[in-house]
Design a protein around this ligand. Structure first.
Ligand code: EPZ
Length: 422
């Protein structure tokens, strides 16, 4: 298994080019199930999770070919299976969103239940309730949801919480349903809007994506299209933190600033300078970092997917910060690892109290999920000495060419084979 070795203390300077959004790409790949015509995507990131999604789609009958580094063509001319097996759903929970499009296209689906996950229980009750409300019969048998429907029928669906995945699943089920579906308390994330934009380009009738109420008028069929995936806002903000935590200055090209308002506001509050330049954002931390209070929330609030990175940054602020994690109940697994690097963090339930320290020191650390790993990479970039980060496969799932991008800005980072037992 690979690990990353980072020699910290080098300010990052230069230009960063961002990749396409992982969390927009995954449901958009699954949307290829909805038509027998080809779909052409550009700005597709080359990531572990994209490979897993393509492997799952291949088992269902979706052929794909890369037309360039980031251009992909998919074609679901014939669906040969409606079965999403456990080993793929367990590897990547986003696989669960094949439920909606499979039901819409072939009127049956058998999808493994994902089970718990390192960051929380992550139930799928809202996905299933939404699909049932559209008229599907859904039974849980032997760890699989088995769903059948003659043709789904539009209805009003209220989500108890604005779940991203449930909104996407229901949206993809509703586009081919009979009549009108209204999703209330829908997720407003830019990735949901990107999916809706692609579905509209395929002939779907959708209004209100990006607001709390999405209205879908079902159509008889969808057709092929071309679509460019939005830029990854989480990667963009992770790179902003990289500039700030190392005391460097990065020009982050094509930053989707409109998707990062809450994050940019918090970074500025912490004393980070974020200014538009050359169609991107120039990010630097000229003064000592200031402590802040923040709460993770559904979009447009501060994203839970940036909480670990922000915790690493605040570990070096002059004063005490308070972080409240309200989205996932177990998303502080990086805190004890940061403490091993000299951070002073106390966890009380959903709250982390981060007392800033003058310096972090490199250490061997291990992460449990993608964003936690990124938090540790960022701490390693700022720490004195060497940080060894194991379980790099988490990073490979969601950050494209991470070492190359960071090394291009002056980081000392290398990937080596890890001989040690974990
Ligand atoms: C998406 O996960 C993202 N994944 C996650 O990114 C992200 O952290 C999360 O949204 C929140 O922004 C993808 O887009 C592929 P949710 P998702 O359903 O859709 C509860 C990353 O690192 N809930 O919006 O699974 C749930 O427990 C990943 O890139 C239910 O109660 O998240 C959580 O508390 C990790 N019942 C809240 O809703 C349900 O049926 C939000 O989860 C579904 C969700």
């Amino acid at each position: 298994m690979d690990k990353l070795i980072i020699l910290g203390g080098r300010p990052l300077n230069g230009t960063i080019r961002l990749s396409g959004s992982k969390n927009a790409t995954l449901p958009i790949l699954m949307a290829s199930l909805l038509t027998e015509e080809p779909i052409r995507l550009s700005n597709v990131p080359r990531l572990g999770d994209v490979r897993t999604a393509l492997a799952l789609l291949a088992t269902l009958g979706v052929a794909h070919r890369w037309l360039g580094d980031h251009e992909l063509e998919l074609c679901a001319e014939q669906i040969v299976s409606h079965d999403a097996p456990y080993h793929l759903v367990k590897t990547m929970r986003a696989s669960f969103v094949v439920l909606g499009p499979l039901l819409a296209r072939v009127r049956k689906a058998r999808v493994a239940t994902p089970g718990g996950c390192a960051i929380g229980a992550r139930p799928v009750n809202l996905h299933v309730a939404g699909i049932r409300a559209l008229g599907a019969r859904v039974q849980l048998r032997h760890g699989y949801f088995e769903a059948h429907a003659d043709r789904l029928t539009g209805t009003r669906i209220w989500l108890d919480t604005p779940s991203v995945g449930a909104t996407e699943n229901i949206l993809m089920a509703a586009v081919l349903a009979r009549g009108r579906t209204v999703i209330e308390n829908a997720a407003r994330e830019p990735e949901v809007c990107d999916l809706a934009g692609m579905l509209v380009a395929m002939g779907a009738q959708i209004r209100g994506a990006g607001s709390h109420v999405i209205v879908i008028d079902g159509v008889e069929r969808l057709h092929g299209t071309q679509h460019r995936i939005i830029t990854d806002r989480i990667e963009a903000a992770s790179m902003m933190v990289a500039a700030a935590i190392t005391g460097g200055s990065l020009l982050i090209r094509d930053t989707p600033a409109e998707h990062l308002e809450a994050v940019i506001a918090k970074l500025r509050e912490a004393g980070v300078s974020v200014a538009p330049e050359d169609g991107g954002m120039r990010v630097a931390a000229p003064r000592p970092l200031q402590p802040v209070e923040l709460r993770t929330l559904p979009y447009p609030g501060f994203p839970t997917d940036l909480q670990a990175q922000m915790m690493a940054l605040l570990a070096k602020a002059e004063g005490t910060s308070v972080i409240n994690e309200t989205v996932f109940e177990n998303r502080f697994m990086h805190a004890p690892e940061l403490c091993r690097m000299g951070a002073d963090i106390v966890i009380k339930g959903p709250t982390a109290i981060v007392r800033g320290v003058a310096r972090l020191s490199g250490a061997p650390v291990m992460a449990t999920d993608l964003r936690a790993s990124m938090g540790l990479v960022l701490a390693g970039l700022a720490a004195e000495g060497e940080t060894h980060i194991s379980r790099v496969y988490h990073l490979d799932r969601g950050y494209e060419a991470l070492e190359r991008k960071l090394a291009g800005a002056g980081a000392e980072i290398e990937r080596v084979k890890d001989g040690s037992a974990e």
